[in-house]
Design a protein around this ligand. Structure first.
Ligand SMILES: *[C@@H]1O[C@H](CO)[C@@H](O)[C@H](O)[C@H]1NC(C)=O
Ligand SMILES: *[C@@H]1O[C@H](CO)[C@@H](O)[C@H](O)[C@H]1NC(C)=O
Ligand SMILES: *[C@@H]1O[C@H](CO)[C@@H](O)[C@H](O)[C@H]1NC(C)=O
Ligand SMILES: *[C@@H]1O[C@H](CO)[C@@H](O)[C@H](O)[C@H]1NC(C)=O
Ligand SMILES: *[C@@H]1O[C@H](CO)[C@@H](O)[C@H](O)[C@H]1NC(C)=O
Ligand SMILES: *[C@@H]1O[C@H](CO)[C@@H](O)[C@H](O)[C@H]1NC(C)=O
Ligand SMILES: *[C@@H]1O[C@H](CO)[C@@H](O)[C@H](O)[C@H]1NC(C)=O
Length: 755
């Protein structure tokens, strides 16, 4: 054949068209994706169905457990290369968990190994702010830092899309070693704070929103521990909690239901101990009957990292590990933090578990992976553009300081010792083992900030500003009763115009596997405080601990100002600014401070209402008057309720009454200040044994200028549940404003659904 120019003219367009078709086809493939599950424009159910049909049973089983951490932070067994599915982590893996940047593992997402992060206070400190919006903002901060690290940190070691989040167990016993990680003893406060924090980290634009801002999770929190785990921590891997159905329904379950109802939860970690004889990771009643069937929970349940094995090893609930794994997944524990679920391959072969169960478990997990954007094209996550510069930024330092500041609780302030009167002070003595010790600023799981500011650091900066000199010594130890530094501490105190003692606990007294026996200050601290009190000089005591410290002598003498703060994170300057009057205390106790240990039932007794009753909700105040009640907290300013508490009922139908409760408040000064308005209720003539005596209903934190006044309006619904022993009807409900003991204003309402 002879090549001519003409043939060339004939062939070239064909080549061109073929090439164009090929490119076009490639484009089509790209825009249509290889599989529907990859297409983010399709509904999640469609994508999930498609993916479920593509995965083999073996692949599904291997997605149900977690491997150790890998350099890119993703568990490789969660990847399926043949379908282009990249790795994932069900729980930020061990590293996030171990290096969470503050309490409650709240910032489980900001890790110590991946740069400096902003370190918030520990759980009880988050709760003692009683400030939902501030905690929502904190959640945004933590997740901004998480996403900035996730997408920008060059050599990140963990997956920051998901992580073990807050411990929302109820602090029913102050001696439990993990109380510091909780939001305190009240299901209502715990629920409100947990919702606020989670909505911040999950990607809601506003606290009130019911839809995620971008339709996918920013960060997926896993809440811990469902449900029994409230101490004792010593022996927790073989402890069996005996819990009545009434206590389960009124105390232990409501927080979880609230998070589900508010769409503020993604993953749930099952518990560690057993409930009523059944190990938590195998508790079908709790995981399937209550969570799924009753509450319609659509997220996944993951075990903690030992309990699946402990079903067999500690509890001997099954003869073999293979049976333990089978019963765990069949009971509704979808995912295993650990490798035991590998045995599901054998368990299936032996008929201990069937594929339907595997399918439900993995589809619950995969739904969450879809919602976190894990199957979307790389780069499409709307949070991937958050710059690394947000991490440890000035703005975050200020927010962190604000949280620490609002967490401080002023318990007594005789003779207005606080704030310091700088016109009368030339020298301050800062005494005590916790005044210059960063080990009291964080607890168990935490990250590292670029700078830990101790209380002493903060006071020295303030002193420089006001030309006051500071003297300092450790004085007494938390760990031993030695008086070797007493003379020196007393001499420094005596030559100063005001004395600040900073003491309390550190995590070695209250953490995993470590419960307390008593509520007093340990070591030589109380003895030194007593000697300083004898000097009769202006004296302030700051207690740093994650749970209640009870020293009735300090309170009955009423000579020294007394403040409590939880492990407060990076910002000791928040404490100094408050002592010098630049800020005003507004925190309130998230727990009762009992008078002494004799007021508390044995730690392994889970009964809430056995005399004298546990927590403010069941405590008989006549039999066991607390040192300080739940909700207590003073201000430097003076807030007065100048109207009555007015209750407006509006009967909707035979089941529901909507109620508005109004009250007016004025800040009589002398400071601009914040105040937590708390609304409680009780049924004074309750015949329903399982109801709490009293309970927080709602709360709000307000800011008022000096002499400013406002009207607070609470709205809520009272519901009659026919044939239920949980609702007293008809009945008298007493409402009050104040704290769980002290009533500033009160009103009663007679409820009669039949009239
Ligand atoms: C990244 O991390 C890996 C695994 O920890 C380590 O071996 C490597 O040296 C790191 N690379 C850099 C640049 O830090
Ligand atoms: C759960 O879903 C069922 C069926 O849609 C519904 O009837 C029930 O009210 C739901 N329960 C809750 C607690 O939302
Ligand atoms: C963390 O902060 C320290 C100062 O405390 C600094 O030396 C270090 O470079 C910081 N690390 C990163 C990754 O920014
Ligand atoms: C600071 O106080 C010292 C003594 O208390 C005084 O001598 C000095 O002048 C003061 N300095 C300033 C700047 O006020
Ligand atoms: C007691 O604790 C303090 C502070 O940690 C330490 O300096 C001191 O040596 C200890 N004394 C004894 C007798 O153990
Ligand atoms: C409730 O109890 C109080 C005190 O025992 C009593 O005075 C009052 O009459 C009772 N009210 C009702 C409605 O039973
Ligand atoms: C309660 O207070 C709010 C806020 O001031 C006000 O809007 C509302 O009208 C009051 N409700 C009643 C029933 O007075």
């Amino acid at each position: 054949m002879k090549w001519t120019i003409a043939t060339l003219f004939f062939i070239l367009p064909i080549i061109y068209i073929t090439f164009y078709m090929y490119e076009y086809h490639k484009y089509l493939c790209k825009s249509n994706y290889d599989y529907p599950f990859q297409d983010p424009t399709l509904p999640i159910d469609t994508r999930l169905d498609n993916l479920m049909s593509l995965l083999t049973p073996e692949e599904k089983i291997d997605m149900l457990w977690m491997d150790g951490a890998t350099p890119d932070g993703e568990s490789p067994n969660l990847a399926v290369p043949r379908l282009n599915i990249r790795g994932y982590s069900w729980m930020g893996q061990g590293y996030v968990y171990r290096s969470a940047s503050n309490g409650c593992n709240i910032n489980c997402f900001s890790s110590v190994i991946d740069g400096n992060v902003s370190v918030l206070p520990q759980g009880t400190g988050i709760a003692s702010t009683w400030n939902k919006n501030l905690i929502f903002q904190s959640g945004i901060m933590v997740s901004d830092e998480s996403m900035a690290i996730h997408y920008n940190y060059k050599n990140r070691s963990v997956d920051y899309k998901t992580g073990a989040s807050s411990v929302i167990n109820i602090a029913r016993d102050p001696r439990w070693g993990r109380v510091p990680e909780t939001y305190g003893e009240c299901p209502i406060l715990t629920g409100e704070i947990a919702v606020a924090f989670n909505k911040g980290i999950m990607g809601y634009a506003q606290l009130e929103d019911t839809q995620l801002e971008y339709g996918i999770y920013k960060v997926t929190p896993i809440m811990r521990h469902f449900i029994d785990y409230d101490g004792p921590d010593n022996g927790r891997f073989s402890f069996n909690a005996i819990i009545s159905d009434a206590d389960l329904r009124t105390t232990y379950l409501p927080v979880w239901k609230k998070l589900i109802d508010e769409k503020a939860i993604v993953g749930i970690m099952s518990g560690i101990s057993a409930v009523n004889g059944i190990p938590s990771a195998a508790n079908k009643y709790l995981l399937n009957d209550v969570l799924r069937n009753e509450w319609n929970f659509t997220g996944y349940v993951i075990s903690d990292c030992d309990p699946v094995g402990d079903i067999q090893r500690s509890f001997h609930y099954t003869a073999t590990l293979e049976q333990a794994v089978a019963i765990s997944v069949a009971s509704g524990n979808d995912i295993n933090c650990g490798p035991e679920f590998k045995l599901l391959h054998e368990a299936i072969a032996h008929g201990f578990v069937n594929l339907d169960i595997i399918n439900s478990a993995i589809s619950r997990g995969l739904r969450s992976r879809f919602l976190s954007g894990n199957f979307d094209p790389i780069g499409s996550d709307p949070y991937s553009s958050i710059p690394y510069s947000v991490v440890d930024s000035l703005e975050h330092k200020l927010l962190t300081k604000q949280v620490a500041s609002e967490s401080i609780v002023l318990l007594q302030n005789p003779k207005e010792i606080l704030p310091f009167d700088i016109t009368k002070i030339k020298q301050i003595a800062v005494i005590g083992p916790s005044s210059d010790d960063i080990s009291v600023q964080a607890h168990t799981y935490h990250g590292t900030p670029s700078k830990w500011i101790t209380t002493l650091d903060g006071i020295q900066s303030m002193a420089l500003k006001y030309n006051v000199s500071v003297v300092h010594t450790w004085g007494a130890s938390r760990r031993n009763t030695s008086d070797e530094d007493f003379t020196h501490a007393l001499a420094l105190s005596d030559e100063s115009d005001i004395i600040l003692f900073v003491g309390g606990l550190d995590e070695s007294f209250e953490e995993e596997d470590t419960d307390r026996n008593t509520l007093e200050l340990p070591g030589g601290q109380f003895e030194l405080i007593r000697l300083i009190m004898e000097l009769n000089k202006p004296f302030a005591i700051l207690i740093i601990s994650g749970s209640p410290i009870s020293e009735p002598f300090i309170v009955s003498e009423n000579q020294a100002a007394l403040l409590w703060i939880s492990y407060f994170g990076q910002s000791g300057d928040a404490i100094a600014e408050m002592l010098f009057g630049l800020t005003v205390p507004s925190g309130c106790l998230p727990f009762t401070i009992p008078m002494d240990t004799s007021q508390i039932l044995p730690i392994d007794d889970y009964s809430m209402n056995k005399s004298p009753g546990r927590t403010y909700r069941y405590l008989d105040y006549n039999k066991a008057p607390p040192l300080f009640p739940f909700g207590f907290g003073l201000s430097y300013s003076k807030f007065t309720f100048y109207s009555k508490l007015i209750i407006f009922p509006n009967k909707i139908n035979n089941l529901d009454i909507d109620i508005t409760a109004n009250i007016s408040i004025i800040n009589e000064g002398p400071f601009r200040a914040q105040f937590v308005v708390q609304l409680y209720y009780e049924f004074p003539n309750s015949t329903v044994i399982e109801l709490p005596i009293r309970e927080l209903l709602q709360f709000t934190k307000i800011t008022l200028e000096n002499n400013e006044q406002t009207t607070i309006s609470f709205t809520f619904r009272v519901r009659n549940i026919p044939n239920s022993n949980r609702q007293q009807t008809p009945g008298i409900i007493t409402f009050w404003i104040g704290n769980s003991r002290d009533r500033y204003a009160q009103a009663t309402l007679v409820i009669d659904f039949d009239s």
